[in-house]
Design a protein. Sequence first.
Length: 406
Amino acid sequence: MQDVSGSAESLRCKGAQKTDQRRPDQHELPLANQEMIKQPELNLQELTEQCRYVFLLRLFSGVVHTSFFKLCESVQLGKMDVISMTGHLYMMNWKILPLLACAVSLSFPLTTLAQRKPKIIMVTHGQAADSFWLIVQNGADAAAEETNSDLEYRSPQNFDLAAMAQLIDAAVASRPDGLIVTIPDAAVLSRSIQAAVAAKIPVISINSGLEVSKRLGCLMHIGQLDEPAGKKAGERMKASGVKNAVILDQEIGNVALDQRIKGFREGFEGPFHHVQVLPVTMDFKGCQDTVGNYLTEYPSIDGIVALGPIVAEPALQAVEQAEKTGKIKVCTFDISPAIVAALVKKEVEFAVDQQEWLQGYLPVVFLANYVRYGSILQNDLILTGPSFVTPENAQKVVNLLSLGFH
């Protein structure tokens, strides 16, 4: 077995030939206990593998770039010797590497090895009571755990755009590494989002705001095209035989919902097909009563279009209470466990799915990688929908729900 201490000594001698200008107060760095190294019980192979990992990790992270050269100066090794060693790591005698790696470890805190967790804040317009946004948050939490990121999810108590703008401003002030936002109304939220971009905070928009995302400086948008999705829903509802439909709008002023309505009208309306829009509350009982009263007042209604599960679920109760289950066809945008169960029981004609779990999951993954490695997909738009869930394929979605993907 080659004497490790001898190898280290030869390196020092080589450096000493180049210069002999060591300061009197510059003491030789104690690399290791030489007697311990000479003992045959020392598992050199195991120690070498560990030090190889530490050394290479620090070399490629940039830490060794400065600290290692300082160390070599302290043992009188020239920079050309160091460059030769680092350029031919796999040609080195790895028995001296435990000495070098351990010495490097003494030259700076070990905490530099641990990467700081990216801090990512997500601000949406969704309320806590809305199952759709619970699924979005579920996806974001899963991504944060997988990428070892710190995630904060924030949203106003009610659909309040001014309050949402304040939440974005507070997020920007806390200087996160990344920001995820929805943009239900650019007129109200633009200033806050542009402030984040001006502060060099990478921003990704999700769910709503596709048309303005790039103009505001967002890296990308993740979601669906709401107007085309609405048109497809209108065409499908029309093909099912519905003549008079009412759209339940729970967020007046949400541009994404306005686009769904516009698209639905385009795909459904005609000389014999009519659409009305009914503003409703997100309160379950309040929404149920409003829909029930409307059905009593307009008995010709044979189709209900919900713009989200939070109003689709009470609407189903109103239809049942009016004893019109099967006579009034119900469809909805977005899904929830209750909606999927209703699809399986054929109480819902179809649901437009935009995969909200992915809308929470993907931006966290993208931003975490961007913060750590400086690279990101070059797509301005990642489409997660629309797709249609029907009674025929609802069981597959049930399986996904059980795995937490929705």
